[in-house]
Design a protein around this ligand. Structure first.
Ligand code: CU
Length: 325
């Protein structure tokens, strides 16, 4: 204050402010004004984010896991809103009311600590971080569990005893799906029944791929020799996109297709029909297993040749192939 006395620039900004000041010539209560503006804006902002924007946040609510991820994003977005608004409001307020005069080159008053602000800061950030850690843990363990593509043995499993098993097989550069409860047929079509829990068993025949069913909120790496489990329950009928989310070679970008969620009855019909239609092919596939040895896949070619369905010229094997029986 002593250094400001000779130039006395803090005085001029005061005259315009008395309208907002509580009836005295003193500085208006900036802290109170900021607090009121922040609380009002935060209440409105939080409601808008949670109720208006929330239902449109990705990945939507097509499945139990997607809805759960959307809920997490809604909660996190709502928590972040007061922080975001606090920064904006303080900045706007400072720019408006604490703006220096055009030719004012003096420094502001030095500040040496403020126990109240420091304590508030430490308490608030500690509370936010610990609360988020607790929220994140509960959300991970109870809703999707470890069954969200975190390995072969999830510590959490859905309560239901009848879970539809769908094996997802990645290979350069396409996805195929096997249904072990329907004779183990393998198809390029992914169909799922509405409102029934599904267990994806994700694996690969060659390099690392990533099974990403976007609208289902399911993402699980497809590793050769590994069975990676992910659960979900489709909640809305319709189609969803499946992409590969691990760069897996030249045609990685083309490695996508569409899956379908249909009614339970339509699914049963489709699965049983497909089982019958593909019976002759299923017979010569390697028996259903959670992982496959890629070197054994070549044997399939031999079987096809023996059965005379290997295509013109005897399939993949040249006539003098020493491996051919
Ligand atoms: Cu891939």
């Amino acid at each position: 204050m002593a250094t400001e006395a000779p130039t006395s620039p803090p005085e001029p900004p005061e005259p315009p402010e008395p309208p907002g000041a509580p009836g005295s010539a003193a500085e208006p209560r900036h802290g109170l004004r900021l607090l009121v503006a922040w609380v009002v804006a935060s209440v409105i902002g939080c409601l808008l984010v949670y109720l208006v924007w929330g239902p449109h946040l990705p990945p939507g609510d097509m499945s139990s896991s997607a809805a759960n991820q959307q809920f997490d994003l809604r909660v996190l977005g709502t928590i972040a809103t007061p922080v975001f608004l606090g920064v904006l409001i303080y900045m706007g307020y400072a720019l408006t009311f604490w703006r220096a005069e055009d030719d004012d080159e003096t420094d502001g008053p030095p500040i040496h600590g403020n126990a109240k602000i420091q304590l508030t800061w430490i308490a608030a950030t500690t509370a936010i971080v610990l609360a988020l850690a607790a929220f994140g843990t509960v959300e991970l363990v109870t809703v999707q569990g470890a069954g969200a593509g975190e390995g072969p043995q999830p510590i959490w499993k859905p309560g239901s005893s009848s879970i539809l098993q769908v094996q997802v097989i990645g290979q350069q550069w396409s996805w195929t799906y096997r249904y072990p409860q329907f004779g183990g047929f393998e198809t390029a079509q992914l169909e799922l029944p509405l409102n029934e829990p599904v267990q994806f068993n994700v694996t690969s025949l060659d390099v690392i791929h990533g099974f990403w069913a976007y609208q289902l909120g399911v993402k699980a790496d497809a590793n050769p020799g590994v069975n990676n489990v992910a659960y979900t329950t489709p909640k809305h009928p319709g189609s969803f996109v499946v992409r590969c989310d691990e760069l897996c070679g030249l045609w990685h970008g083309a490695m996508f297709d569409y899956g379908k969620v249909v009614t339970a009855a339509a699914f049963q019909t489709w699965a049983q029909q497909t089982e019958t239609q593909l019976a002759s092919v299923t017979k010569i596939l390697p028996p259903y297993a959670l992982t496959y040895d890629p070197t054994a896949i070549a044997n399939l070619g031999k079987v096809l040749v023996q059965l005379g369905i290997g295509g013109a010229g005897g399939g993949y094997y040249p006539p003098n192939d020493p491996e051919q029986p």
